[in-house]
Write a protein of this length. Structure first.
Lengths: 210, 210
DNA sequence: ATTTTTCTGTTGCAAAAACAACAAAATAAA
DNA sequence: TTTATTTTGTTGTTTTTGCAACAGAAAAAT
């Protein structure tokens, strides 16, 4: 990761120093924000986890993005509003920092430490996001459910520096995240087990290949 | 778009002012750069168009990203190297500006105008990229070929402010971009025509729905 | 201007994925 | 700790997608 910047420390030190910045708390399974129009809002997840989900006209639910501690999200990243509803839903109790993208540029106050620091480090935060999105695209463009699963497992294995790792999702959510049918995915996981390509105990997965 | 910054002007004014910055020219259908390791490289496409493509072990070709004038790309956006080969291939004759991400922060020279300007505007450039990537993910997570096509057509229609628009791709490349089989996509396009949902004359498409 | 190559459009068939529906297990809530 | 809810695991059937192969059109190269 390129983010050398200590977000934790930054939030602790400076989030109180600017009145334009808000911290809000949310319970589990509530809507944190919805992407309706092209607003200016940027958010940093301080604690907890949340999903950006789309509900299409048929009621299908897709996890467009998954956020955990220190991830940034917000409507500012979306250009054109589609017909579908985009919601950020908390998966656990969450604390979220809200601020406005334009305030970073229109220098808040000459000595607002919060916006000064943020302005300095925003490129690395966003760059980090680009990296995540590119990985996601890598996965989604894979031809088959099998390749998506193995691609994702390899990713987690690489991150964990270990052939064994734990899924950060429920299997139901994993299917949404990989944009495949859950039962079809389960069938494929069973095949991967039978072919001794993976081992699975609950959410703990081990790659046996290579 | 959030990019108010005039890239054209910027490149003309400042690209000569810093020796660390290189401009290279490429013919059509050649490899501009390959993503092999986690390097520091950032590129801006000055003219022409190019694709970021993946060749997997089965020889399948997927267009991961499509770049046109003023798009930024580079290995800096990719975190973990997969087993697959990622190449940026020119689709037309291209001019590309190469520079290093870290140079932007490690202030090049006290009075290097190029890096100063770039540092100032990089967030909006990258933000723009995030927006594009998010749209792409929106498309790729659609359940069916039909939904992907209609999603993409709606996007182009919205961009063009018109029910009629022109595909920026060949149909072959469109299939790669949407990550679906070409013949299956052609079949779906035929159905959309038969059901009077779209009209198609070559690469000119009209949305008839709504 | 002619040849070569790429792109488009089509189709039958095979394979994969989605849909649907249900029981068992696990988790959360009362 | 009992009840309700969500998640997991499974399977038969239908639908969609991918594969393969080919001919004609268009574009590019010679």
């Amino acid at each position: 990761m390129y983010v050398s910047f200590d977000i934790e420390q930054f939030i602790q030190d400076f989030s109180q120093s600017c009145k334009k910045v808000q911290i809000k708390s949310f319970n589990k399974n509530v809507v944190i924000t919805s992407y309706i129009q092209k607003r200016d809002q940027l958010c940093i997840l301080i604690s907890g986890s949340a999903d950006l989900v789309r509900y299409d006209l048929n009621g299908n639910r897709t996890i467009i993005d998954h956020f955990s501690k220190h991830d940034i999200f917000g409507e500012v990243f979306y250009d054109i509003t589609t017909n579908n509803e985009l919601l950020v839903e908390s998966k656990e109790n969450c604390e979220v920092l809200f601020f406005s993208y334009n305030d970073i540029h229109n220098k808040c106050k000459p000595n607002c430490k919060f916006h000064e620091k943020l302005s300095e480090h925003l490129p690395e935060l966003i760059l980090d996001k680009v990296t995540t999105l590119n990985m996601r695209i890598e996965l989604l463009t894979k031809r088959s459910t099998r390749d998506k699963l193995l691609g994702y497992f390899n990713l987690l294995s690489t991150k964990a520096l270990n052939k064994t790792f734990t899924l950060p999702f429920s299997l139901t959510d994993l299917a949404d995240y990989l944009s495949v049918d859950r039962s079809a995915m389960m069938r494929e996981i069973k095949l991967l087990k039978n072919e001794n390509i993976i081992k699975k105990e609950g959410k703990k997965i081990t790659l046996l290949s290579n």
